[in-house]
Design a protein around this ligand. Structure first.
Ligand SMILES: O=C(O)CCC(=O)C(=O)O
Length: 349
């Protein structure tokens, strides 16, 4: 990547210099800019998970199925993750990004294979234009394999993040069961396809940006995992593609945004869509978002569920291991073209 900054992280670029313009390595070509005036405001479905364990379960499962089919995105309330767990997670993330540069850089790496790393943009090894984002990426499951790599500063970082990842894993499992049922599969079908399971998390920090119309926090992309559980602070920035338009997703306190990832699109044989989304930045306020990426383990074999493959609906994708997919996902970069194109049943790639 062309870089002309003295700092590794965009947050340190912003805090070390009084910048009033975006450095050239962050500027998108005109045709790729966010066009912030042309964004719709249309809420995504909000689903109450309270009834998921009661007599109305099938109604909630239907709502989830409809949202996955139509939008690929929905919000959930009464999700079972305690408010205090969410507040502690947000607070510790905020504190982490306020640590002195030297302290934060202890975990810095531009190698996507590192399981704990602070980095910037998306993949600076492969991309030509940088994104206005720093992120701390953590692997979280099985937790005992990774927790000893996590930062110990701020104090309580490991305790708060561990509690949050336990709670979001529990939510992910309930959602995966419901999504499996909504496809007409056994409740535990998808769960069983994931091998030992995996869970990653990103703490995304987007500093204020002097020219938000020239760059992105993250450009349009789909998620390579199974489902994502996104926590965002009160600053808007997430936008989702719907019917060819970008739609802003306004933050709603104590809800999570759930989206279908590429692996779910494959297992559902294209019944459910992994939808393009992006993060835009603004001039005035920093923004934090914390996606939990629930995923198969690297050796899990992923392919369309046989029950969803018929003569009329042949398999859209070939079988592959999640590890193979994951490598391609990071190397390809965040282009609007999905990595799934490389895994089509009839692909010669
Ligand atoms: O910041 C957001 O709202 C979106 C984050 C995201 O899409 C990602 O980390 O992949």
């Amino acid at each position: 990547m062309a870089t002309n900054s003295k700092t590794l992280l965009v947050s340190d670029l912003v805090s070390s210099e009084k910048i009033d313009h975006v450095p050239s390595n962050y500027i998108r070509p005109i045709s790729e800019r966010p066009n912030l005036q042309d964004v719709y405001d249309d809420p995504i479905p909000l689903i109450d998970l309270n009834d998921l364990c009661g007599p109305n379960r099938s109604h909630v499962v239907d709502q989830i199925g409809l949202a996955c089919r139509k939008y690929g995105f929905f919000q959930v309330k009464n999700h079972g993750v305690p408010e205090s767990t969410i507040a502690n997670m947000m607070q510790i993330a905020r504190e982490f990004f306020k640590l002195p540069e030297q302290e934060r850089l202890k975990t810095y790496s531009d190698d996507p294979k590192q399981t704990t790393r602070l980095s910037t943009s998306f993949n600076i090894r492969t991309e030509k234009v940088a994104n206005w984002r720093d992120f701390l990426r953590l692997h979280c499951y099985p937790i005992q394999d990774y927790i000893n790599e996590w930062p110990t500063n701020p104090a309580h970082f490991r305790a708060h993040v561990a509690e949050y990842s336990h709670s979001t894993r529990d939510l992910a499992l309930r959602l995966v069961d419901a999504i499996s049922e909504s496809l007409g599969l056994e409740k535990d079908y998808i769960n069983k396809q994931l091998g030992k399971h995996g869970q990653h998390m990103a703490l995304n920090y987007y500093p204020p940006c002097p020219q938000p119309d020239l760059t992105y926090g993250l450009p349009g992309h789909t998620d390579g995992n199974l489902i994502t559980i996104l926590l965002q602070d009160e600053v808007p920035g997430l936008q989702v593609m719907r019917d060819g338009h970008w739609v802003a997703v306004r933050p709603v306190p104590n809800t999570f945004i759930i989206n279908i990832g590429d692996q779910m699109q494959v297992i559902s044989n294209d019944k459910y869509k992994s939808v393009l989304h992006r993060a835009v930045v603004n001039c005035d306020r920093e923004r934090l978002s914390i996606p939990t990426f629930y995923c198969p383990s690297p050796d899990a074999i992923i392919g369309p569920a046989p029950k969803l493959v018929t003569l009329d609906d042949p398999a859209v994708y070939r079988e592959f291991t999640y590890g193979e997919y994951y490598d391609k996902f990071w190397n390809k970069g965040l282009a609007s073209v999905s990595c799934l194109d490389m895994f089509m049943a009839t692909s010669s790639v």
